[in-house]
Design a protein around this ligand. Structure first.
Ligand code: 6R9
Length: 649
């Protein structure tokens, strides 16, 4: 069957930075001579000391190293702010749209961004933060989140953002994981008309960290908070007395810029480390080219800065390009399902970037919510976070884009720093559900899953790996380089293994088929099933738990939990409710189980390994394909689980 394909519109081809011929030529050059290609692209940034080395990378297990522009020095905040001041001091850098549309939006100019970032940087310095120190951000989507990121970059501190939906326990684990000196939070985070008590959560988290961690509190709602003298500091008061200048620190290209915790298939979340030079080159270039950003455009990425998408495409990429970037505090459905489109209309957004889960949720509400808004400013649409089903793609294309706007389906990961696979709007046809082509310098390969052999012919299907490094690649797992090597370079020797399955069609275009490991993707939020399992078994009534994903209409995947109770514990609906609440407390609302099934036993191999493959099939209602269950210690448990399977909501 031929996949439907949409060629780029003639106007787009004419005005875009990259057309088909240019892509082919540049791509060929980028993989033939990465040194020369990236040596040139690195000049997008202002360097304090120019680099003479470009690429120094090795994917060999046991000696994995990734260095880019290693002898150059720069400051990331100066690249995102100061160098634009000569031409753009009064241009809007950030448009901030609050949760409640009745509250006034803010237009923050590059000059104001400079002054506020410097204030924050000086406050952090006064709190004792030095170059290389870690600072945790646990914040609403407010401009101060961007100031704090850039302030850290300005003084050479390393930020680590914890999404405001995470629980106190998850926050404490991250503070301890990177041994942070300061936690920056706010009184409350308004979202969808509700308020998350961030400071109260922070207080709980700080009970489980070193006493020396300081807490800098930003006033957002003015809601009541308790105060610990000597530990808590009021940002408003300190910022008033702080200077609006602060000399940017000269950092090495390979000095860490941020750590971002993300879920893997085993163990605790790992701290993905990104460094300064390569990351910023890659974020800036992908932002400009994938979204075809031009001066005067208004770019809106609806993600949260708690995720990598917010790092690269709300803050670092756009600001490095001197762009105007929208920062939205709210949710797509508040006050109603037309909010996204109202914001597009209000701020005359030209490029809009969101996740399939949001598109599906809004699609379900009906197109009236879109049609009542004037979306004529939109020129391009983007999606990220999970595979997009053709139905949602078509709705996005027809109803939101009015058939005029190319859709860039960008495949990438926390680990990759920026887009690796995506169509380019002026160069490539798009196909509903396909991530299409490698970005410049990216060498994707499809491997045979068991042998690891590279498959050269198309069409084909297998696992997705990358053959050589690109500047935005993560450098290590914070404090555990061994884990970095094992996680990404040991399954398929000599390659970076993405953890995703993919197919390449007859045209050579890439389609992501989803994770092949025990990572699930719930509403675009990445989660290890192991994390939910360990939360469940931490409950006194639970003996054992196995968690898998199952197809969910809106969320993409839902969380299906098989729970074996302690002897003598009554399996009641109240207990299910209690377990849901428990997981929300342990990890956060995003990990809330959708379905819990009581399992008197779990299917295990004789060596005691839970056979998740079988549990996944049961959750998916796909009993015909259970495969070989003869290696199970007790095959009868499978029948029981099938008989008592939970119905999807
Ligand atoms: C940027 C981000 C990464 C995982 C990734 C894959 C899935 C992301 C996708 C996609 C299909 C796309 N994913 N983009 N799947 N099509 N366009 O989402 O980072 O949170 O680390 O998640 O998300 O499974 O491996 P992260």
């Amino acid at each position: 069957m031929l996949d439907k394909s949409y060629p780029p519109a003639a106007e787009m081809v004419k005005s875009a930075h990259i057309d088909a011929a240019k892509y082919d030529k540049m791509y060929a050059a980028s993989v033939a001579d990465p040194e020369a290609f990236w040596g040139e692209e690195g000049k997008r940034l202002d360097w304090i000391k120019a680099y003479t080395q470009v690429k120094d990378t090795d994917f060999t297990l046991g000696k994995v190293k990734i260095n880019w522009f290693a002898d150059g020095t720069l400051n990331v905040a100066a690249n995102c702010i100061d160098r634009h001041l000569a031409d753009r001091a009064s241009q809007t850098a950030i448009i901030w749209e609050p949760d409640d549309p009745k509250e006034t939006a803010q237009h923050i100019t590059y000059q104001q961004l400079h002054d506020n970032t410097c204030r924050m940087a000086n406050v952090l310095r006064d709190l004792g933060v030095k170059r290389g120190d870690r600072v945790i951000l646990y914040l609403p989507m407010i401009p101060e989140a961007a100031y704090a990121m850039l302030a850290c970059a300005r003084i050479g501190a390393i930020h680590s953002i914890v999404f405001a939906g995470f629980s106190p326990d998850a926050l404490a684990a991250r503070i301890n994981g990177c041994d942070a000196k300061v936690l920056i939070t706010a009184d409350e985070a308004p979202r969808g008309g509700k308020k998350t008590p961030l400071k109260t959560n922070a207080d709980k988290a700080l009970l489980h960290t070193k006493d020396t961690v300081k807490c800098l509190v930003i006033k957002r709602t003015g809601g009541q908070t308790t105060w610990t003298e000597g530990r808590d500091f009021d940002y408003t008061a300190l910022a008033q007395g702080a200077a609006t200048t602060c000399e940017p620190a000269e950092m090495n290209a390979e000095d860490p810029l941020f750590i971002l915790y993300t879920s893997g298939s085993t163990g605790q979340p790992k701290g993905v480390v990104h460094t300064s030079g390569g990351y910023l080159v890659y974020a800036a270039m992908t932002h400009q080219i994938t979204f075809d950003y031009h001066d005067g455009d208004v770019f809106w990425c609806s993600a949260d800065v708690g995720w990598v998408t917010g790092h690269s495409y709300i803050v670092y990429g756009p600001l490095a390009n001197g762009a105007t970037t929208v920062m939205f505090e709210g949710v797509p459905t508040y006050p109603d399902a037309s909010r996204f489109w109202q914001v597009c209309e209000k701020h005359k957004v030209t490029q809009f970037y969101t996740a399939p889960t949001a598109i599906r949720a809004l699609m379900g509400q009906g197109k009236e919510f879109v049609e009542k808004c004037d979306l004529s400013s939109l020129r391009l649409l983007g999606t990220v976070g999970e595979p997009i089903n053709p139905e949602a793609w078509n709705w996005y294309n027809d109803v939101v884009g009015g058939g005029r706007c190319p859709i860039v389906d960008t495949w990438w990961q926390t680990e990759t720093g920026g887009h690796l696979l995506t169509p380019l709007p002026g160069a490539h046809a798009t196909k509903p559900g396909a991530a299409m082509k490698p970005f410049f310098g990216v060498m994707p390969v499809v491997l045979e899953p068991t042998t690891g052999a590279e498959i050269h012919e198309s069409p084909t299907e297998g696992v997705l790996a990358i053959k050589d490094s690109w500047p935005g690649q993560m450098r290590s797992v914070w404090g555990d380089h061994d884990r970095f090597e094992k996680t990404y370079f040991s399954d398929y020797k000599g390659y970076y293994f993405s953890g995703d399955g993919c197919r390449r069609d007859a045209d050579g275009d890439y389609w992501i088929t989803g994770r092949v490991d025990d990572v699930i993707n719930v509403s675009g939020h990445r989660m290890g099933t192991a994390e939910v399992e360990s939360a469940l078994v931490a409950h006194e009534c639970v003996a054992e738990a196995a968690v898998v994903g199952y197809p969910h209409e809106i969320k993409g995947q839902g969380i299906y939990c098989y729970v074996t109770l302690m002897n003598g514990v009554e399996p009641t609906d109240e207990l299910k409710k209690a377990l849901r609440g428990w997981v929300r407390e342990e990890i956060g609302p995003i990990a809330s189980p959708d379905l819990i099934q009581w399992a008197p036993g779990l299917p295990k191999t004789r060596s005691g390994k839970i056979m998740r493959r079988i549990l996944r099939k049961i959750a998916e209602n796909d009993y015909g394909a259970l495969g070989d269950i003869s290696t199970l210690a007790d095959p009868d448990v499978v029948e029981n689980l099938i008989d008592n399977r939970m119905n999807r909501r």
